[in-house]
Design a protein. Structure first.
Length: 392
């Protein structure tokens, strides 16, 4: 026989520089069965919140040193904290309450405190916290499940790919031309499925904050040329021109950025591959644009911005699709639209590099995808570091 686990007593934190006010809050809330801890200043409150996050905070606005507004601001700016409802306790007028709510407080109680009103607001916000915590927990479990599932799917797909290539090479026995063609189709289908699984796994790594990036000085010119070399056979097969252009400035200045080379390579493979996929005739142009350092610039000034454009002569993208094309699982309406993950993953990678991606397109007149990344100063020395991404 199993018994349901009894719910944990909610832990509340009361912050007020007046001892009598804390005694009153403690009496009201302990009678209701809450576990309450009291502190008398903002710094102690922040230390308590970070070391043992409470389920709800009752926060006086007027305190010496650090007032309730600043405490609220710091709590809301801490990305490592879960959602904690904050109730401001104040005698201020409406304009001051608006400031507190804008900073992230969830509710307020006026002084002198009415016990029934206080308890009602506490119960309401604790219900809200339980709901948000449950949703967060369910989303976390879903992400963990998908990550494990996609990781486990890679093993049989990789094994199937190796076996199919052995058959194609006639390692086991001679095969007919018809069988060769059938195996080639199976290999392409398996490759597409493996690529989709890998993309899905990477998306969930970024979303769950598990992705580790190794940053070093990278030359985008070299990365782009490598990717274009790998994709040139696709362009040849479709009789498309695949061109690499640089503007007058970029031809003289190396387009160096600080980033994870493999991840940046993934972005360009996705964008150039998509352009080739959706273009039936004409050309795909990859254009490198860089703002050069002028002779008047000094070391204290910002480094140049590196911009890369991928332009195609494909069918274009409708205005409605452009609004959501970089969102997760949002597919275009074209017949060859993919899983809706590639552009989303590209956006997440660029965000991790403090970059951005955009698109300009008109149905029937092709598309231009633009990437902007912060460059590095010419005198910058090669360096690397490991960066643990935290994107939620």
């Amino acid at each position: 026989m199993s018994f349901a686990e009894s719910p944990r007593t909610p832990r509340l934190l009361a912050v007020d520089d007046t001892t009598d006010n804390l005694i009153l809050l403690e009496a009201i809330l302990e009678d209701e069965g809450y576990d309450i801890h009291c502190v008398t200043d903002g710094m102690s409150a922040l230390w308590h919140v970070e070391s043992q996050p409470p389920d709800l905070i009752l926060l006086d606005v007027m305190m010496p040193g650090m007032d309730g507004y600043e405490v609220t601001r710091r709590i809301r700016q801490n990305p490592n904290l879960p959602f904690i409802p904050i109730v401001l306790i104040t005698a201020h007028d409406e304009s001051n309450l608006v400031e507190g709510l804008d900073l992230g407080a969830d509710d307020f109680v006026r002084k002198p405190v009415n016990p029934d009103e206080l308890l009602a607001r506490v119960r309401s916000l604790l219900r809200l916290k339980r709901s948000i915590d449950l949703q967060t927990q369910m989303a976390k479990r879903q992400e963990d499940f998908v990550m494990r599932l996609t990781h486990d799917l890679r093993t049989p797909l990789v094994a199937a790919d190796r076996m199919l290539h052995l058959f194609q090479k006639e390692t086991f026995c001679p095969i007919s031309p018809d069988m060769q063609e059938a195996i080639a189709v199976m290999i392409r289908s398996n490759d597409s499925l493996l690529q989709m699984v890998n993309t899905l796994l990477e998306v969930y790594r970024y979303d769950a904050g598990y992705k580790t990036l190794t940053f070093s000085i990278c030359d985008l010119r070299n990365i782009i040329q490598e990717v274009m070399g790998e994709l040139q056979p696709i362009a040849n097969e479709k009789q498309l021109h695949l061109l690499f252009e640089t503007d007058d400035h970029a031809s003289d200045v190396s387009a160096k950025v600080r980033g994870d080379r493999l991840e940046l390579r993934r972005v360009f493979t996705n964008l150039i591959g998509n352009a080739l996929k959706f273009t039936s005739q004409g050309q795909v142009v990859v254009r490198l644009v860089e703002q050069p350092m002028s002779t008047e610039q000094t070391e204290e000034q910002l480094p140049p911005c590196v911009k890369v454009e991928v332009q195609d002569t494909g069918p274009g993208i409708s205005p409605d699709d452009q609004q959501m094309i970089f969102e997760r699982f949002r597919q275009g309406k074209g017949k060859r639209s993919g899983s809706g993950l590639g552009l989303y993953l590209s956006r997440r990678i660029l965000e991790a590099h403090q970059g951005q991606i955009s698109v300009v397109s008109e149905p029937g007149r092709g598309s231009v995808f633009s990437i902007q990344l912060p460059g590095v100063l010419p005198e910058a020395t090669p360096s690397s570091r490991v960066y643990q991404s935290r994107y939620h």
